[in-house]
Design a protein around this ligand. Structure first.
Ligand code: TRP
Ligand code: ZN
Length: 885
């Protein structure tokens, strides 16, 4: 907690550091009731900053200073200034050594930032500004140093002592203690520092790099989890090979380690050579983790591994450049997942997530550019915009330059900036220089917030045989800027003839047609492209593969959307046509409900999905995606004023209609797939994910029919599945059903079976927190009293509170404001011990603009109440004050 009002920090104020730290030598003495940290910093004046020796302000928070010396001379209180954020020294030479000793308290660190304890082990989380809670330092990413770290701890409780780089020495110490020294040969900023000490077991493997070097791979976990590491290890080896093949990037140390910890604020952290993971992002085996969890582990292992180049070897100059490493690395991991599994399905899932969550962020009070220009608390900027939209921006560069051009650009970027701390401009410059391209207008994607709208209209000239598409782009005002300049929007498109075949594309002025799917660059506020040689009015397939993160509108009829669903050569657009059709149908139902009319659903949606369901040629995962109606959160996002009840009623009505009308087809495919599942041991691969995905969505529809054979099937699947994917869906459909006795029995037997596995209990909490049956808040309150729940563990908070406020919209947005009150109380409590989690859980309340006046007033009142609840962390302060501004 701080005492002064938190300050805004601006990108325009960036200055290079006055001093550099060539070497950092750390010694940690770990004890049960405190830790001593000795730091020796070999420092010098930054030659780039000119003459003179300004004061040296080292960052430090919550440190008890025991001693400080400059060039071996111990300083006294007159020699330095100490505040709750800095230690200020006065160097007298260009080159000098600073020694400090501090006492810290990892054993009572509940914020999970800096050095803390999770279960019985010590671990660190330094990104973004956690290192200053470990020792006095220049805690900024453009200060890079060579680290040597010695850890001393009691041998019996902490047999494993780890830090970055290579182990160089170890030995016993007095009083049953021991020590180990690690040396990291690569210069790195402090945010990549890591330390782990604990009683851990490890799974080992080796990887031979493309230049035939052997790398030891180790995944460290608590002993009871040693049987859940294989999937992460396999994923790691695939990632290492993929980065060699796709980007020419080889691993650079002799050892690569992953450690799983239970208490972690985010998914995982890319510390050099020593990645630290939330256990939910490492542990996976069939019996305890779903297919989605397996895919998440694969993606996060890859993401953190890829950071070794995009983030570590080339790092960020300052935190405004966060998307330099995060947007690029998300792009890299999503392409990896696409290559390992189904490319189209991965794209569909990413786009659905972006449209639902990032678009909502971009339309709310915390909207910011991919490269923000100011912030109060950097922890608040690990956002969907920096990560997911940042990845879309890199994807557009890839689309505009082509795969080969992009690779030339990334090669140049890594070669030119290896060992440096750079900016998004440097990334763009490398892409430009390697390709002779001009991306100056494109760079507006980094500086302008908000989701652009792209309205498309058509004109067919039967005499001239020309077909014109006019694109009109605009971007809504966001808190940072009112007026926006036009973006460069790559629009991949094709034209379909009446038979559904693709037409060869020739733009006016071109000598000949080339290709049937092309990328047009829309660069002006309004721009028309004319295709020639078009002998009949075509149907356009626009924004294929979601080639830009925009809201595209084109006035399709429902029949045209059904046509695209069947004939578009682009799989993503086939799915998207189905989504647009479903949105139209659902919006009509919403309007009927609002007018108090009986709901009547357009049967074309039923018939379109019947066709999909009957198509045995189609990838089953695609069938499952196409059967999934747009979620309530997405329907909220695309509404001007979201009607919570109408959205819920309409969507549930549509689900029931589909379940009844398609019962036989769903039942046939369910049974067929369940039979295969019964006869097949669990395999974590695309084809098996696909079979289970269709089986499970079919079951969730079938359950709405209320037929006894479906209840029997759900119970059979719950009791006899050998994997969590099938078991958890069976549990979820029971939890959402009216069969009270069966539901209670299933919940009880599940909890009994998995009570000792916290990650499985998280799923048990989530399934219940997500149930949209009445009484949701009361259920969540009761579950918070369950012995397996603790508010101190972020995964538990996310599983219960996050799932309730983020996914159970009908209950969270109860008209009496009880959901809002509950969330505000929780945020106030979390603010007192874990500000990062408090701030993240607050997000649903910041979306108040989307709701009716009564709900807006209730939500704002809760934000006000948080604001005046006492001393706020900078994290919560920033979100609350911006939301109320
Ligand atoms: N760099 C991490 C990632 O994206 C993000 C991260 C992990 C993080 N833990 C954090 C960010 C804690 C802020 C605070 O892979
Ligand atoms: Zn990352």
């Amino acid at each position: 907690m701080r005492t002064e009002q938190p300050q805004m920090i601006y990108l325009k104020d960036y200055q290079a550091p006055d001093y550099l730290i060539d070497e950092t030598h750390l010694t940690f003495e770990l004890f049960e009731d405190h830790t001593l940290v000795h730091a020796q910093l070999l420092m010098r004046r930054n030659p780039a900053r000119g003459a003179g020796l300004p004061a040296l302000a080292l960052d430090g928070q919550q440190l008890e200073l025991l001693s400080v010396s400059l060039d071996d001379i111990e300083l006294t209180a007159e020699d330095y200034q100490l505040s709750d954020s800095h230690l200020i020294l006065h160097p007298t030479s260009e080159q000098f050594v600073v020694d400090t000793s501090v006492r810290i308290h990892p054993e009572s660190n509940t914020a999970l930032e800096g050095l803390y304890k999770s279960g019985g082990m010590f671990c660190t989380q330094c990104e973004a500004e956690g290192f200053r809670k470990i020792t006095y330092y220049l805690d900024r990413p453009d200060v890079m140093s060579k680290f040597t770290t010695t850890v001393v701890a009691e041998q019996h409780s902490y047999p494993i002592l780890l830090s970055n780089g290579n182990p160089i020495a170890s030995g016993p110490d007095e009083d049953g203690r021991h020590w180990a020294t690690w040396e990291d040969p690569f210069m790195k900023p402090a945010y990549l520092f890591a330390l782990v000490a604990g009683d851990l077991w490890c799974v080992e493997d080796t990887f031979t790099t493309m230049s035939e070097r052997s790398v030891a791979l180790r995944i460290y976990v608590e002993p009871e989890n040693i049987d859940k590491c294989q999937h992460a290890m396999t994923s790691l080896k695939k990632s290492m090979r993929w980065d060699e093949e796709t980007y020419g990037r080889e691993y650079d140390l002799d050892i690569f380690m992953i450690v799983a910890v239970n208490d972690f604020n985010m998914g995982a952290m890319e510390n050099k050579g020593l990645n630290i993971f939330n256990s939910s992002a490492v542990l996976a085996r069939a019996e305890t983790a779903t297919d989605a969890a397996h895919q998440r582990v694969e993606a996060i292992v890859a993401h953190e591994y890829f950071h070794n180049w995009s983030g570590n070897r080339v790092t960020c100059r300052d935190w405004f450049q966060l998307s330099l490493k995060e947007g690029f690395t998300v792009f890299r991991d999503s392409e990896f997942s696409a290559d390992m599994n189904s490319r189209t399905v991965k794209r569909i899932q990413d786009v659905a997530y972006l449209r639902t969550h990032q678009f909502a962020e971009d339309a709310g009070p915390m909207a910011h550019a991919v490269r923000p220009e100011s912030f109060i608390e950097i922890s608040n900027f690990y956002t969907l915009t920096v990560y997911e939209k940042g990845s879309e921006v890199v994807r557009m560069i890839h689309t505009l330059l082509g795969a080969e051009g992009f690779r030339k650009g990334s090669d140049l970027y890594f070669e030119r900036h290896d060992g440096q701390a750079v900016t998004c401009d440097d990334f763009i410059k490398a892409m430009e220089d390697a390709n002779g391209a001009d991306l100056s207008q494109f760079k507006r994607w980094y500086s302008q917030a908000g989701t652009p709208r792209l309205a498309v209209s058509e004109h067919y000239d039967a005499q001239q045989h020309t077909y014109s598409l006019t694109f009109a782009q605009s971007c809504p005002a966001t808190p940072d800027k009112i007026e926006k300049l036009p973006f460069v929007i790559p629009v991949e498109l094709g034209l379909l003839d009446a038979g559904g075949s693709e037409i060869a594309l020739q733009l006016a002025g071109e000598a000949a047609a080339s290709g049937t799917s092309r990328v047009l660059s829309v660069t002006e506020a309004e721009q028309t492209f004319t295709f020639v040689g078009i002998n009949e009015k075509p149907l356009p397939s626009l924004l294929r593969g979601f080639s830009a993160p925009v809201k595209l509108s084109f006035d399709y009829s429902r029949d045209q959307l059904m046509f695209l669903m069947q004939h578009d050569s682009d799989g993503f657009n086939r799915w998207d046509a189905g989504q647009q059709l479903a949105v139209q149908v659902l919006q009509e139902l919403i309007a009927q409900h609002q007018r108090g009319e009986a709901l009547v659903m357009d049967q074309r949606l039923v018939e379109a999905l019947r066709t999909v369901l009957g198509n045995e040629q189609l990838d089953q995962a695609m069938v499952a995606e196409m059967l999934s109606l747009p979620g309530e959160a997405y329907l909220t996002e695309i509404s001007d004023v979201a009607d919570v009840e109408a959205i819920h009623v309409a969507r549930e009505f549509a689900r029931k209609q589909l379940a009844d009308s398609l019962f036989d087809a769903l039942w046939t495919r369910y049974q067929a797939n369940r039979e295969v599942s019964k006869a097949t041991p669990y395999v974590a691969e695309a084809e098996h994910f696909a079979r289970r995905a269709l089986q499970n969505i079919a079951l969730s529809y079938l359950m709405l029919s209320g037929k006894p054979q479906v209840l029997a099937a759900a119970l059979e699947q719950f009791e006899h599945s050998d994997n969590m994917t099938e078991r958890l869906t069976a549990l979820a459909v029971l939890v959402n059903s009216p069969y009270e006795a069966e539901k209670a029995a299933a919940l009880a037997s599940f909890a009994e079976q998995f009570k000792d596995n916290p990650l499985v209990m998280d799923q048990w909490f989530s399934v219940q927190a997500g149930s949209t049956l009445p009484g949701g808040l009361q259920r969540v309150r009761e579950l918070m009293q369950h012995p397996a729940f603790t508010i101190k563990n972020p995964n538990k908070v996310r599983a219960l509170v996050g799932a309730f406020a983020g996914q159970n919209l009908i209950n969270f947005h109860a008209a009496d404001g009880s959901g809002y009150r509950f969330l505000a109380d929780l945020v106030i409590e979390l603010n007192g011990f874990n500000p990062q989690i408090a701030s993240r859980q607050l997000a649903p309340l910041t979306r108040w603009r989307k709701y009716d006046a009564a709900r807006q007033a209730l939500m704002k009142a809760e934000l006000e109440r948080i604001r005046s609840s006492g001393e706020l962390s900078s994290d919560v302060f920033e979100v609350v004050s911006k939301s109320l501004a």
